[in-house]
Design a binder for this molecule. Structure first.
Ligand code: DGL
Length: 280
């Protein structure tokens, strides 16, 4: 790894909004000394309703911005951005270590007893080549059903994780899959771990819900060791930034992580300007 990075340089994380906090929570538990810069692109949320090209362009700008801020690695705790941009970003920035997300179809296929598993994710995630390749590589002989949850990301952004809105969306997604015999549900969007209690209530105790966040955090731990010498010198500081309103992210931190923390707001045009300083 290049010597321009120090162990105290932050790990850059980005998501369309509060979804990545489900992964941040795990990273904080496993790597409490790492400094983290969490970027919520809430002016553009939800990503899942955009085109692959749009999400790729947003992801490139944010990645550049995080690197311009001195991030030593980029974690994309967002299945949608990973589906649209991970491969592209690795090619564009070969000097940077990346950790992305893909739906956890592999453990689901290994664990299912009925041979039927369900995946919940956004339309962009299902369109991407990453998803198709995961199913092809890991789910031979398993029936993989998929469903989007239109509107669910917005409910979670509002903190309405126990409300009727979220419940109805999840019932619409889960009932057809339950009728076809799923015994495992893969959460293919990082917003969804915040509604696990609702999912479990609808699906019943015999259905296993797979949240990939702990595995992603372990992967970050392995890579960060390589990138910086195990986080010595870092003080476990987390900086939160949104392209939307400060209160929007603060409300998410309070409702979803029970955390009161300062949040910086940066308008998108400034992000674009500052992003252009990296690699030019
Ligand atoms: N949290 C995201 C994901 O994992 C993005 C959802 C969205 O913005 O639509 O897919």
């Amino acid at each position: 790894m290049s010597s321009q990075f120090h162990s105290s340089s932050p790990i850059g994380l980005f998501d369309s909004g509060v979804g990545g906090l489900s992964v941040l929570r795990e990273i904080r538990q496993q790597l409490p000394h790492e400094n983290i810069l969490y970027f919520a692109d809430q002016i553009h949320v939800p990503y899942g309703a955009r085109t692959l090209e749009e999400v790729r362009a947003l992801s490139e700008t944010i990645t550049r911005w995080l690197l311009a801020q001195g991030a030593k690695m980029i974690v994309i705790p967002c299945n949608t951005a990973s589906a649209a941009a991970l491969h592209f970003l690795r090619q564009k920035f070969p000097e940077v270590p990346f950790v992305g997300m893909e739906p956890a179809v592999k453990p689901a296929a290994e664990q299912t007893q009925t041979g039927v598993v369900g995946v919940l994710a956004t339309p962009v995630t299902f369109q991407g080549e990453l998803y198709a390749s995961v199913v092809e590589r890991f789910a031979q002989g398993v029936n993989v059903l998929q469903h989007t949850c239109p509107g669910l990301v917005n409910e979670i952004e509002q903190g309405a994780v126990h409300g009727n809105g979220a419940r109805h969306i999840l019932e619409d997604a889960l009932h057809p899959m339950l009728n076809q015999g799923i015994d495992t549900v893969v959460l293919g969007c990082t917003h969804y771990p915040f509604v696990i209690p609702l999912i479990q209530e609808i699906a019943g105790p015999n259905v296993r819900v797979i949240d990939p966040s702990p595995a992603v955090a372990r992967q970050v731990g392995r890579m960060v060791g390589e990138a910086s010498g195990e986080g010595q010198g870092a003080r476990g500081e987390v900086r939160f930034l949104t392209t939307g309103a400060v209160e929007q992210l603060q409300r998410g931190l309070r409702n979803l992580l029970n955390l009161e923390a300062p949040v910086e707001a940066r308008p998108w045009n400034l992000i674009e300007k500052e992003a252009s300083f990296y690699g030019k």
